[in-house]
Design a binder for this molecule. Structure first.
Ligand SMILES: Nc1nc2c(c(=O)[nH]1)N[C@H]1C(S)=C(S)[C@@H](COP(=O)(O)O)O[C@H]1N2
Ligand SMILES: [Mo]
Length: 224
């Protein structure tokens, strides 16, 4: 975890309420429109509204990870289980992408410019075994979320350290977060710490609390 110990106080209580109400949304099927759309059929997925600001969502902990203490480790079914320091990470090929954010709480934000390492370049480095089919992202705040290797292999997936030309702020998941534009934003783990490659699925924080295992916004896979 972070250097900073998390002490549940007023903020913690407020967040606990938010988490509980988000979990209740899954039970009630809140925000579901019953519509579906295929990717590219339209830019704004069903039930979403466009925002211009960038809301912050977390579990009440925003870990403060100093760059010289930051490490990204990779484990499980890979040939090359690296432990990357900040400089190691910056030595990997750097790319920019532009993509839209779709949060399950119904806001979407267009045209986010991210900089970092493409998942495809990262996969070339760690070399998953043939039987690696699933991935779990583990974060410095204790959060986890699961995706398939296929989802992670998409050309638009990034391990991002910058947004709009500036380092990702702590509240938005800096030093490094995942960006998976084709899925609801809860799949885009902030404060990434460890990436595990597995031969079986391992549902994450929201996935075990009533949220969909895949989370495709054009199919409105909010809960499941
Ligand atoms: N480590 C971590 N990653 C996380 C979360 C979190 O609580 N912890 N929340 C998820 C959710 S539910 C959303 S909507 C987005 C929010 O990212 P933002 O605060 O940058 O908008 O981060 C996702 N990644
Ligand atoms: Mo979210």
């Amino acid at each position: 975890m972070s250097d900073e110990e998390y002490k549940p106080g007023l903020i913690g209580q407020i967040r606990d309420k938010l988490i509980a109400s988000k979990q209740q949304w899954a039970k009630d099927g809140r925000l579901l429109t019953g519509e579906t759309a295929t990717p590219n059929q339209r830019r704004l997925p069903p039930g979403q509204r466009l925002v211009r600001d960038w809301p912050v969502l977390d579990l009440g902990v925003q870990p403060n990870i100093l760059l010289d203490r930051w490490q990204l480790s990779v484990g499980g079914l890979v040939q090359n289980p690296v432990k990357l320091t900040w400089n190691d990470f910056l030595d990997l090929p750097q790319m920019d992408t532009v993509s839209d954010i779709h949060c399950v709480t119904a806001w979407s934000r267009y045209d986010n410019r991210w900089s970092g390492v493409l998942a495809s370049d990262f996969l070339r480095l760690v070399k998953p075994h043939a039987d690696a089919r699933h991935i779990v992202f583990q974060s410095y705040d204790g959060y986890a979320t699961n995706v398939t290797l296929e989802m992670f292999s998409a050309a638009d997936v990034l391990l991002a350290h910058s947004w709009d030309g500036a380092p990702l702020t702590r509240e938005h998941g800096g030093p490094v977060r995942i960006v998976m534009p084709k899925f609801y934003f809860w799949k885009s783990a902030k404060w990434i710490k460890h990436i595990a490659f597995l031969d079986r699925d391992a549902p994450g924080y929201w996935e075990v609390r009533g949220y969909h295992n895949t989370g495709n916004p054009w199919k409105e896979e909010r809960y499941g």
